[in-house]
Design a protein around this ligand. Structure first.
Ligand code: UDX
Length: 483
């Protein structure tokens, strides 16, 4: 589609009047965000709701390529590619002082600003052909949906991609809560819900200034008349922090619709996976393998990679290690991808005890496999939800953003993991890696967090069964938007 085609004539949009509701998804173009709205699209489509997924051609292609199917028969999701002017896609900088993926900010800004015009034209055309148009947008994409509130038959929901724990703290802070100051209503709420011993990191430490500014700009532009807020979590995991959000922001309706990721990988889906690591996992003992992966926004220095390699080798445990650099703004531009070197003779040293994966790993399938017994993770929210729904305990090594706060939730509140290192650590040593792997996989403390994780996994999976708590909340949302 070229720029002249941005205004979509009414007659190219199908007439959807037959359906009570049509949903349009507006994701932020980063894997951890695209992924969640695509999962939500799949879940909603099982209710026979038409879904439109909008973005640039590159990011729509990325989302589809890495899509984890939920195994249900879906109403097909329609992807709409919009042209935007070229934007810079620098490679990640592993030597940067802040570990936040600042190299992605130009792609976020470009999408939020330049998708606005074609998106509005598309929604204008669609809103006149439907009974109700529901727009679900990433909370960091508010610029793109300005003016949508005034369209007929249309309501907007903002989607917040992180834990209720992190959102609750952020909401308290925005309403004036300050750590260490003992007055005001927000302090009373904080003290009621957050255990005293929690060591919560400030927002200013977790994000670079330029990204904090982007968050503030996008939050200022959240539609005042927004119909509600959506979260990828559920009461059985984070009930008390959802209560905090409801108390701090009573002006909105809040929907905890998670988990979005598939909670059961059926045997037919497993056999679909062609990745060689699945056949390797089939050969291992139950709960004997630690899966090591740091999502799509982590770039590590060569020295750090070497320390991990040695630590894993010395731990004497089986492992799958996904050794990939952070995504850049265009994941199909592979010319500048760094291939990190492992210590000489590493393959020989680990033999059949470990696998190093350099391509896209089937993470949800790996975590669902009976041979996987632990997960070393940066605590990105997708990874947290995937480990909790599969009942796999974590060794937490947060890098930036919401991850330090997710680590507190996972290790101190829910007790489904152990901490590898203080997140500000410049270099995590091989010794620390070795110790935490042993602690998680073969110590009494590890056995206890594994029991907790398995218990929580069972509770979450039950909650999405017919008449389970999460299933009821999801059905209530579907009934609400289809009213
Ligand atoms: C980002 C932020 O860092 C995170 O804190 C925020 O909550 C969401 O967006 P990211 O760093 O990529 O995400 O981590 P994570 O949230 O864990 O998302 C990564 C996703 O990619 C997971 O769903 C994971 O299953 C998937 N993945 C990653 C694979 O399936 N295979 C891979 O090889 C790598």
């Amino acid at each position: 589609m070229n720029n002249q085609n941005h205004i979509i004539p009414c007659n190219v949009v199908k007439n959807y009047n037959y359906f009570r509701v049509v949903v349009v998804m507006v994701p932020l173009p980063a894997q951890g965000h695209l992924n969640q709205l695509l999962h939500l699209s799949q879940l909603l489509s099982t209710f026979d709701i038409p879904i439109h997924f909008v973005g640039t051609a590159t990011h729509n292609r990325q989302a589809q390529l890495r899509r984890v199917h939920n195994g249900q028969t879906n109403h097909p999701i329609e992807f709409h590619d919009f042209d935007i002017p070229p934007f810079p896609c620098p490679p990640p900088n592993p030597a940067a002082t802040h570990k936040f993926p600042s190299h992605l900010i130009p792609s976020f800004t470009a999408a939020a600003v330049h998708l606005h015009r074609p998106l509005l034209a598309f929604l204008q055309a669609l809103s006149s052909k439907v009974k109700r148009l529901v727009v679900i947008h990433d909370s960091l994409m508010s610029s793109a949906i300005q003016g949508v509130d005034s369209l007929p038959n249309t309501e907007t929901y903002s989607f917040h991609t992180v834990s209720a724990f992190a959102i609750a703290l952020h909401s308290l802070e925005r309403k004036g809560f300050v750590y260490g100051r003992n007055d005001g209503e927000m302090t009373t709420i904080y003290e009621e819900y957050f255990p005293k011993e929690l060591n919560v990191v400030s927002m200013e430490e977790c994000f670079p200034t330029e990204f904090l500014e982007l968050i503030r700009t996008q939050f200022r532009q959240l539609p005042k008349m927004g119909a509600g807020k959506i979260y990828n979590t559920c009461k059985v995991i984070e009930g008390q922090f959802l209560d905090v959000i409801k108390r701090v922001e009573p002006e909105f309706r809040h929907w905890a619709l998670g988990p979005f990721n598939p909670v059961k990988i059926s045997s037919s889906m497993q056999s679909c996976s062609s990745h060689s690591c699945m056949a390797w996992l089939d050969q291992q003992e139950p709960r004997s393998v630690i899966y090591v992966s740091f999502g799509t926004t982590t770039a590590m220095k060569d020295q750090q990679i070497k320390e991990i390699a040695i630590g894993l080798a010395r731990s004497d445990q089986k492992f799958i290690w996904v050794l990939r650099d952070a995504d850049n703004g265009d994941v199909f531009n592979t010319s500048e991808i760094r291939k990190s070197k492992l210590p000489e003779g590493y393959d020989h040293l680990i033999g059949d005890r470990g696998l190093v994966i350099r391509d896209w790993a089937p993470q949800v399938e790996i975590l669902s496999h009976w041979a996987t017994g632990g997960f070393m993770t940066h605590c990105g929210w997708n990874s947290c939800m995937e480990s909790m729904t599969t009942g796999v305990p974590v060794a937490a090594w947060p890098m930036h953003s919401d991850q330090p706060r997710n680590t507190v939730l996972m290790t101190m509140v829910l007790r489904v993991g152990v901490v590898l290192e203080e997140w500000r650590q410049e270099l995590v040593t091989a010794h620390a890696v070795e110790e935490v792997v042993r602690k998680l996989m073969v110590s009494e403390e590890g056995a206890e967090v594994r029991r907790n994780a398995e218990r929580l996994g069972n509770i979450v999976r039950q909650s999405v069964e017919d008449d389970g708590e999460s299933r009821r909340e999801f059905e209530a949302f579907v009934a609400h938007i289809s009213r």
